[in-house]
Design a protein around this ligand. Structure first.
Ligand code: TRP
Ligand code: SF4
Length: 399
């Protein structure tokens, strides 16, 4: 397991909006400084629901990567890549499909939900049913410990854990597993080996989770053992066999506080977005048209900020003093909505202006974007090649 690795992906939806920025990208910006981060464009995933639509996939991929970079995702810190440039994802997806029961996929909530939601599309396809498994392959390939996702994706991470567990259970057995594990313990040094044995015993006999965590930490500290031995011993703690694909955990991203222009969740399909590329004038027009508390018909009608989407924007952008000014002015009918909107218009414009400068710079240099994608994908591919060698090896595909 790569203890320090984070992986997350986005479908190539094209230009991003403020909902993406406040909900996802700001979170990635923090993660990239703390973790070995892999962020990728899930371009194959687009076909699972849009296989018959004419979409400008290349344009969408490029625009999205430009927006990531402009938002501050740093290609020297994080690995930015595109799924289809690492075709090993397809091989792992195929191999995992052999051991994944159909019922596990049918049970994933998004399978039925999306079919109901996207009624005009025929989602009775093999690819759509299997898309959470493709996602499992995306994650397991990098042995990531953490996957930052929104609420709607947690079930997919849960599936990924089950898929990994089953794979390890079936293919993690080596003929001489026990001897190899014992030999690896022998390399740890007497004191450490003794501690490892007692922690393992305690976990196996009493199910003591703390002992498990300590034993795993002990393994991470070992300098003298190979990665293969470390994975073998991780499996040996539980006594099952070698862990080839470690189970990831989801890192739940808090729901974005950024509302759409109508107060619903900001989403392209609702037509309520402020794009990262909207001009200062467009931002002003959009916010000026936002609905407010319907009770405020005349300036003298008092309002309630809690019934107003503009107030939610103040929560994102305004300091406490400005927020007090809003509450007072609204509930006491001291100011009009136009005036109230002015600080959020300015804040959104100020937030996007530097990003748009960077967007313009990157857009003027598509070769640079292609190079960033190429280099990131090559780096990701090195990891993928290594994982696939282990996966094939464990399945006996070694000839
Ligand atoms: N399914 C995710 C979504 O629709 C995108 C995705 C694909 C992903 N593969 C992933 C997210 C792996 C996290 C990890 O948003
Ligand atoms: Fe909304 Fe501000 Fe108008 Fe109150 S004064 S209804 S918070 S826009």
């Amino acid at each position: 397991m790569q203890d320090n690795r984070v992986l997350s992906g986005m479908r190539p939806t094209g230009q991003l909006h403020l909902g993406h920025y406040h909900g996802v990208l700001k979170n990635w910006l923090e993660l990239q400084n703390e973790y070995d981060s892999y962020f990728f464009v899930a371009d194959w995933h687009a076909f699972t629901t849009h296989y018959s639509d004419k979409i400008d996939l290349e344009g969408n991929v490029m625009e999205m990567v430009v927006d990531w970079l402009a938002a501050g995702i740093n290609p020297n810190t994080a690995t930015i890549f595109v799924q289809s440039k690492v075709p090993e994802h397809a091989e792992l997806h195929l191999l995992l499909s052999m051991t994944t029961p159909l019922s596990w996929l049918e049970r994933v909530p998004s399978y039925k939900d999306q079919q109901l939601k996207l009624k005009t599309k025929d989602l009775g396809t093999y690819g759509f049913l299997g898309y959470p498994l493709l996602q499992s392959a995306d994650i397991l390939m990098y042995k990531a410990s953490l996957v930052p996702v929104g609420e709607d994706q947690v079930a997919h991470i849960e599936l990924t854990r089950e898929v990994a567990r089953r794979f390890n259970h079936i293919y993690g057995r080596e003929v001489d597993f026990e001897e190899k594990a014992e030999a690896a313990i022998g390399k740890m040094g007497k004191k450490q080996a003794k501690l490892f044995r007692s922690l393992r015993k305690s976990y196996q006999e009493t199910g003591d989770d703390e002992a498990m965590v300590k034993a795993q930490a002990l393994l991470q500290e070992q300098q003298n053992i190979t990665l293969g031995d470390r994975e073998r011993l991780a499996g040996y703690i539980e006594g099952v066999g070698k862990i080839i694909l470690p189970e990831p955990e989801s890192l739940l991203t808090k729901a974005s506080k950024m509302p759409g222009l109508d107060g619903q969740k900001m989403s392209k399909s609702y037509g309520n977005t402020i794009s990262l590329r909207d001009s200062a004038e467009a931002i002003e027009t959009k916010i000026k048209r936002m609905p407010t508390d319907p009770a405020r018909i005349k300036l003298t009608d008092a309002g309630d900020p809690n019934k107003c989407p503009v107030w939610q924007l103040h929560q994102v952008y305004s300091d406490s003093q400005t927020c007090e000014w809003v509450v007072d002015g609204c509930t006491q009918a001291k100011m009009g909505c136009v005036e109230c909107k002015q600080p959020v218009i300015e804040a959104a414009q100020a937030e996007l202006a530097p990003m748009q400068e960077r967007i313009a710079k990157y857009q003027a240099d598509p070769e640079l974007i292609k190079q960033i994608i190429h280099e990131g994908s090559e780096k990701a591919r090195e990891v993928a090649v290594e994982t696939m060698a282990e996966v094939r090896g464990s399945m006996g595909i070694t000839y």
